[in-house]
Design a protein around this ligand. Structure first.
Ligand SMILES: [Zn+2]
Length: 304
């Protein structure tokens, strides 16, 4: 059978479109990033930094689940196909007998309206707001609104300004949603500058991890009973990113303008940590449930 010219052209166009779609699917959805230069997590150095200064180590860690939401799985793990993926919005509190430190602050009900299929827990966020005022220190895995939103929504910024420690990278980042903060509030924060490791207080150490955002950092916590935690913020969105060695797909990276190679190198370093180190992923409901069952942290912010 001899095809007419318009039929040949149509077939050629359809074939080209198919190839372009397959190439786009490969690079935007399926292909995980190759790790960039090695990222090192030196647990011995973190332990030394956590325990060098005199002072009690923390007693336990608490968690608040402020919201639940749903995103397409294909945006979370490269190559994992279609389907939905549940996520949670968490804030953590490290507790000593006489003081506390917050890791991230979630965000307000108004801000949570932007989350797809979001369910907000007003009582949980109220406890986070109260804990921000009580905390001796507040640190952030990174500067995205779902992590610093509690601070930007604080009804009395003066009551939390002293204890709010944002790094210079977080404060200068183009990813910080400045318009969410009331005028003259960000200017009241003293930028935190450090190189290498920074001990916030005995038991809590920061290590820069730019990639997901310029201000991303690991928060290492060591308890008096020897339990070790690494809060990774959004370097991973699910523990699967670490265990499967596959980060977010190219399209998610493009939307958020991540440094894919840096994030992939960090995922590899996290995958290499001993199993007794609790890697805390900020949005993973599956790990949250299993960690709660295992007593890794307690649900709900308690007293002081
Ligand atoms: Zn996040």
């Amino acid at each position: 059978m001899k095809l007419k010219r318009w039929q040949r052209v149509t077939l050629w166009v359809l074939g080209t479109v198919l190839v372009v779609l397959l190439v786009a699917k490969h690079f935007l959805l399926d292909n995980p990033a190759a790790p960039g230069p090695e990222y090192v997590i030196d647990l011995a150095a973190l332990h030394r930094a956590a325990t060098a200064a005199p002072g009690a180590l923390p007693d336990h860690v608490e968690v608040e689940k402020v919201a639940e939401f749903v995103v397409p799985r294909t945006l979370v793990v490269a190559g994992d196909g279609l389907g939905t993926h549940k996520m949670v919005l968490l804030a953590h509190r490290v507790v000593w007998p006489d003081h506390s430190l917050l890791v991230d602050t979630a965000m307000s009900e108004a801000a949570c309206k932007s989350l797809p299929s979001g369910k907000f827990d007003a009582a949980a966020f109220e406890r986070v707001e109260k804990a921000m005022v009580q905390a001796k220190d507040i640190v952030f895995s990174h500067e995205h609104p779902d992590h610093v939103g509690g601070v930007s929504a604080a009804p009395d910024f003066g009551a939390i300004a002293t204890q709010t420690h944002m790094t210079r990278e977080q404060l200068m980042s183009s990813k910080l949603e400045r318009k969410a903060f009331a005028p003259d509030t960000l200017e009241r924060l003293q930028p935190l500058d450090y190189q290498g490791l920074y001990t916030v207080t005995p038991g809590v150490v920061l290590q820069k991890a730019p990639g997901h955002s310029p201000g991303s950092q690991l928060i290492y916590v060591e308890l008096a009973n020897g339990a070790r935690y690494v809060f990774v913020g959004d370097i991973a969105w699910t523990k699967d990113n670490i265990t499967l060695g596959r980060g977010r797909p190219g399209i998610a990276t493009l939307i958020m303008s991540e440094d894919r190679g840096a994030v992939a190198a960090q995922l590899k370093a996290l995958a290499g940590l001993p199993k007794d180190v609790h890697v805390v992923v900020a949005h993973d409901p599956v790990t949250l449930e299993s960690d709660l069952k295992a007593g890794v942290y307690r649900l709900g912010f308690g007293g002081t």
